[in-house]
Ligand binder design. Structure first.
Ligand SMILES: [Cu+2]
Length: 60
């Protein structure tokens, strides 16, 4: 991610994707933390949503 607007966009997943409880993105750390209910949303769906926003998911 390149700026704080990206952070806002990524954290918006919390509202956009049902099942996502918490999305916390850090511009400084270039990383994000997602807490989700796996009975409602899969990791794959989250990855896809992030991908659609134009970001690449890298596992830590
Ligand atoms: Cu940006």
């Amino acid at each position: 991610m390149h700026c704080s607007a990206c952070v806002m966009k990524l954290e918006g997943l919390e509202d956009d994707l049902p099942g996502v409880k918490r999305a916390e993105a850090s511009y400084q750390k270039q990383s994000m933390l997602v807490e989700y209910d796996d009975s409602k949303v899969s990791e794959e769906e989250i990855r896809k949503a992030i991908d659609e926003l134009g970001y690449t998911v890298e596992d830590l």
